[in-house]
Structure formats: C-alpha cells, structure tokens
Write a protein that binds this ligand. Structure first.
Ligand SMILES: [Cu+2]
Length: 156
C-alpha cells in the first residue's frame, strides 16, 4: 500500500515536471501548505503557470483537510495592517505566471480537520474556469521566520 502511495506521488511529480515543459498547459509548481492545528486555519501557496495562449482563472479549490477552502488576497491597508479579501477568482493570464505567496494571493484552508505538521502531505484540488481540475499532493512546511503573529492563525 505504501509503495502504491509513493509511486502515485512520483507519478504526479513526473507529471508536474512534464507540465513545466509542455507549453499548452496550466501547471502548478513550488507548492506548499503552512503547518497548522486542528480547528485552526492554514493556507496553501504555489506558482501557477499558464502556458497556453488563452486567459484562464482559478475559480476555487477543495481539500479534505479543511471544512472550507477559499481564495484570498492579502493586502496592506492604509493604516499599515494586513487584511484578507476573499476572491471569486484569481486571474491566470495567457503565457503568464501567477504566484500565490504569503502576503498576497493564497488558498485559505479554514477549519482544519486535523493537525498539519511539517513533513505531512495534503491533497488539494484546483478548479479552473476553462479546464479540468488539477489535483496536487502538497507538502506541509513550517512558516517560521516569515514575520507576522497577532492574527490568531489567520495569517495570510
Ligand atoms: Cu486567507
């Protein structure tokens, strides 16, 4: 069973690697999720590359490790504090890259159904406007040293 699991991961890694070279795909790279506690929140980050000649949009995501999954944008308010604004979609311009990263766009994992510890892996399915869903196996990492704090685990 473990062997099958690892070969699936390997296959998806290989597919992801191929996706980078194929110009006609939307692919995800450098993905990771922030560690978190059960009932708390977390977020997933990645680089999305639209290698096609048509605009697309990320319109949602799902995962079994959270009660709700939303697309968010973190931005600085005029008073210097950060706020997160839910997005209906995140634009993926033709031939362009869109980075989901701390302090910017992210996939918010709300109400974790279990602890996420560094070294764990979670599954996340991305939904697009113009193409089939993309299922990812995402490693969990600690996000220490990124500043922040004081936002009760709802840090972007
Ligand atoms: Cu958020």
């Amino acid at each position: 069973m473990k062997k099958i699991f690892f070969s699936l991961i390997l296959t998806s890694l290989l597919l992801a690697a191929c996706g980078m070279k194929m110009p006609d795909e939307v692919s995800a790279m450098n993905f990771w999720a922030r560690s978190g506690m059960k009932d708390g929140n977390s977020a997933a980050y990645m680089m999305l590359q639209n290698g096609t000649d048509a605009d697309d949009e990320l319109i949602g995501a799902s995962s079994d490790v959270a009660q709700a999954v939303e697309l968010h944008l973190s931005q600085m308010k005029a008073d210097g504090t950060m706020e997160m604004i839910q997005q209906q979609s995140i634009a993926l311009p033709a031939g362009g890259k869109t980075e989901l990263k701390p302090g910017s766009y992210h996939v918010m994992l709300i109400g974790l159904t279990r602890d996420l510890k560094a070294g764990d892996e979670i599954s996340l399915t991305l939904k697009f406007k113009n193409r089939a869903d993309l299922s990812l196996t995402i490693p969990v990492k600690d996000a220490e040293g990124m500043g922040g704090g004081g936002m009760e685990g709802h840090m972007p």
